[in-house]
Design a protein around this ligand. Structure first.
Ligand SMILES: [Mg+2]
Ligand SMILES: [Zn+2]
Length: 192
C-alpha cells in the first residue's frame, strides 16, 4: 500500500453551509459564500476532504437519518455545481445528553480513525478546520494542524483557540491559503 496521505477534515454546518442550528431540510441548505471555491482549491491540490459532522438532532429525535441524508446529498449537489467535491462524509448521530457518551461526537476520535483506516490517511499530517473549537481539537490529539474559522456566534471559541495556540482564519478561503502555503514545495530536479 502507498504511504498514508494527509487530508482536510472539514466541519459542515457553519463551515461549508449556513448553520441554522439543526439543518434538516434540503431546500433550506445555503452554502457559505466562498466555501465551494475554497473546497475546489483543495481539490486542485489533490488533498482529500473528509467532512465530519456532529448531528445530534438525529439522536434527539428532531430529524431522521433519511432527512440527514437528503441534506448531505443537497450539499454535495451544490458543491458539484461549483466544481467542488468532498471525498466522503462521516457523522455522529448521538445525543450527548443521553449517556453513555459515544466516542464519535467531536472532538472524539472515532470518525477520524475510521476515515484514516478506510482511506489510508495520515492523521498526524492532516488539517482540522471548522467554526468550533471541537472541530480543531483533534489536531492536538493526532498531531496535525487545527485552523478555527469562527463565526460571530462562535462562543468564545476564537479566544480559547488563540490561547491554546491554534491558528485562526477569518474564512475558509483564508484557511485554504494557510494550508496550501504550508505544503512542501516539490523537490527541485537533481543533477545538472
Ligand atoms: Mg460547525
Ligand atoms: Zn457519536
Amino acid at each position: 500500500m502507498s504511504d498514508p496521505r494527509p487530508a482536510l477534515f472539514l466541519d459542515r454546518d457553519g463551515t461549508i453551509n449556513v448553520d441554522t442550528i439543526h439543518v434538516s431540510k434540503p431546500d433550506n441548505v445555503r452554502l457559505i459564500p466562498g466555501a465551494a471555491a475554497a473546497i475546489a482549491r483543495i481539490n486542485a491540490a489533490g488533498i482529500p476532504i473528509i467532512v465530519v459532522s456532529n448531528q445530534s438532532g438525529i439522536g434527539r429525535g428532531l430529524f431522521s437519518v433519511e432527512e440527514y441524508e437528503s441534506v448531505r446529498v443537497r450539499i454535495d449537489e451544490l458543491l458539484a455545481a461549483a466544481s467542488a467535491q468532498v471525498l466522503t462524509t462521516y457523522y455522529c448521530p448521538h445525543n450527548p445528553e443521553a449517556p453513555p457518551a459515544c466516542d464519535c461526537r467531536k472532538p472524539g476520535p472515532a470518525m477520524y480513525l475510521e476515515a484514516a483506516a478506510a482511506h489510508n490517511l495520515d492523521l498526524a499530517r492532516s488539517w482540522y478546520v471548522g467554526d468550533r473549537l471541537r472541530d480543531i481539537q483533534p489536531a492536538r490529539l493526532f498531531g496535525g494542524h487545527g485552523i478555527l474559522v469562527p463565526r460571530d456566534t462562535t462562543p468564545g471559541g476564537d479566544v480559547v483557540a488563540a490561547r491554546d495556540g491554534f491558528a485562526i482564519s477569518t474564512n475558509l478561503d483564508s484557511a485554504v491559503n494557510r494550508i496550501l502555503s504550508s505544503l512542501p514545495l516539490s523537490a527541485p530536479p537533481k543533477g545538472g
